[in-house]
Design a protein around this ligand. Structure first.
Ligand SMILES: [Zn+2]
Length: 535
């Protein structure tokens, strides 16, 4: 796509996160052949572990999990632990198999990131994923080209590359080679959806266009058996909001746009100051932080009516809290400790240095009021998402464009807990609920017999703290007075192949170190000159 066309695409559909990162995707790299991971094994036994199924079942131990090839063959539970009646049908390792002594270890399902834009360096991105136990991702836009993404998907399915499993969704109006031509009539919308199906997409991401076009596209997706997700562009939410999408049968609602607008009761459009300009992102995200407070109050009649109807339509919420955190605490977001070792300096600058060119880098003059507004926004938004879950609604986890995949999805689990989810509920969102929204829950998403062995093994209890899942571990004061790091995923198992999570993270650091050595660049806080050289 040439610059002009790309610019046009940005203006025409923008808001969503894909196009503004197009530059980052130029020169995309193919990941090398897989050089990591052992197995799959004729038999792999995880011995004496504690399992967290992902189904809301409480933890059970000591359990033996038997994996044969890529799938879970049997799960051996003890009965009456601690009593004289204690017994367990203990499986014996067959010749040629592998056994992992899992005493003191926890096994949970592999995580599913239902909103992860693959950018340009999949080896780096995929190793960050697997290092954090992410075994499946959905790319919501195929922004680097569906053709390319489908190649990665096939290679991952055949285990030719070190990568999570991939679900490839195509962004409405885009073509498999990355070109763009937005359908503007119902007939064109339907024809485009049929093209997407034929091209091999697993689903489609709508961004919000003329109501007739969206309705037609969603109807055609149902006919074609394509899954759907939507990011409601804020320039169209007054004409088509989250409730409209829910009624049209959308699979998942990404982020939060269109939800408060569905619950307006004393206005039909958000407050815009007279000098507001949507293409000025300080305006867009600054005013955006006042949206939930303009909607019907939690538990009011309108609020309940919207929620209950969305529940009837079985709509999934995919809040991606993590990518909005920089608006409620810009300093926290830009100083995360893992950036130093694992972030490329240029990518850091793009995400956290304010910019008029880069989508989402809206913090041009980010004030105390902006952050206070966003804190209140999070509070009201979290009440909605938590209650949606309490009433039986499905919530999945996604990291979007947040810097450092893996780390950001673990943060999403923490933010769900902050919203009121119990740890077991947050884990279900990150695992089984994600599998359900992708339509692959018969194969993955929980620790159950017959499913793929897509698993996380770690030596700390994630129900105690999700911080144990971060690659950099959690801080702990030990009995001898030493301050140490504990946790971090030990093994990520994808379809029976065992990856050493810490080795993958070391590989990521080596890539970042090499880039820094080559370019002389390092991470410099926005606006600071110190340490800057060779720019
Ligand atoms: Zn996105």
């Amino acid at each position: 796509m040439n610059q002009m066309l790309k610019r046009f695409a940005c203006l025409a559909v923008a808001a969503a996160c894909v196009n503004a990162f197009a530059a980052e995707r130029e020169g995309k790299l193919d990941p090398p052949e897989r050089n990591e991971g052992g197995g799959p094994y004729t038999q792999l036994i995880l011995r004496n572990v504690t399992i967290i199924e992902g189904t809301l079942a409480p933890p059970i131990s000591p359990v033996d999990i038997v994996i044969e090839g890529s799938r879970i063959k049997s799960i051996h539970l003890p009965d009456a632990v601690g009593s004289s009646a204690y017994s367990k049908d203990v499986p014996v390792l067959k010749p040629g198999g592998r056994e992992i002594d899992g005493k003191g270890m926890y096994v949970m399902p592999g995580l599913i990131d239902t909103h992860q834009h693959i950018v340009r360096n999949p080896e780096y991105e995929f190793k960050l994923d697997l290092a954090h136990g992410i075994t499946t991702i959905r790319d919501p836009g195929s922004g680097a080209g569906l053709d390319w993404l489908l190649q990665l998907k096939q290679k991952s399915a055949k285990h030719l590359i070190t990568a999570p499993k991939i679900q490839a969704y195509l962004r409405f109006g885009f073509y498999p080679d990355g070109s763009f031509n937005l359908p503007t009539t119902e007939a064109d919308a339907r024809a485009w959806v049929r093209m997407a199906k034929k091209a091999g997409a697993d689903g489609v991401k709508d961004a919000g266009f003329a109501p007739d076009v969206i309705r037609a596209s969603m109807d055609e997706m149902k006919k074609q058996g394509l899954r759907s997700m939507i990011h409601h562009r804020q320039t169209m939410v007054a004409r088509w909001n989250a409730l409209d999408s829910s009624r049209a049968g959308v699979g998942s609602i990404e982020h939060w746009y269109g939800l408060p607008e569905a619950m307006f009761e004393n206005r039909t459009v958000q407050y815009f100051p007279p000098d507001f300009n949507y293409q000025n992102e300080q305006d867009r995200f600054g005013e955006g932080g006042n949206l939930w407070s303009q909607a019907a109050a939690p538990y009011s009649e309108r609020w309940n009516a919207v929620m209950n109807e969305m529940l009837e339509h079985d709509t999934t919420l995919s809040p991606t809290y993590t990518v909005y955190e920089k608006y409620r605490d810009y300093m926290r977001a830009r100083t995360q400790e893992w950036f130093e070792d694992y972030a490329f300096p240029d990518a850091y600058t793009r995400r956290y240095s304010p910019s008029k060119e880069v989508h989402g880098s809206a913090m041009h003059n980010w004030t105390t009021k902006n952050e206070s507004d966003w804190r209140e926004q999070f509070r009201i938004w979290m009440i909605f998402v938590n209650e949606y879950k309490n009433r039986g609604g499905r919530v999945s986890t996604g990291s979007d464009e947040a810097l450092l995949f893996g780390f950001s999805l673990i943060r999403e689990l923490e933010l769900l807990q902050e919203a009121g989810f119990m740890p077991l509920e947050a884990i279900r969102s990150g695992t089984l609920s994600g599998a359900e929204v992708l339509g692959i829950d018969h194969d993955t998403g929980s620790v159950e017999i017959g499913k793929y062995a897509d698993l996380i093994v770690l030596d700390q209890n994630p129900l105690e703290s999700f911080k144990f899942l971060y690659g950099t571990g959690a801080v702990k004061l030990m009995d001898d007075g030493e301050v140490e790091r504990i946790g971090g995923v030990k093994y990520t198992i994808k379809e029976g192949i065992v990856y050493d999570a810490k080795q993958l993270l070391a590989d990521v650091k080596a890539m970042v170190d090499a880039e820094k050595a080559k370019t002389g660049k390092k991470i410099v806080p926005p606006g600071m000159k110190r340490g800057a050289k060779a720019h």
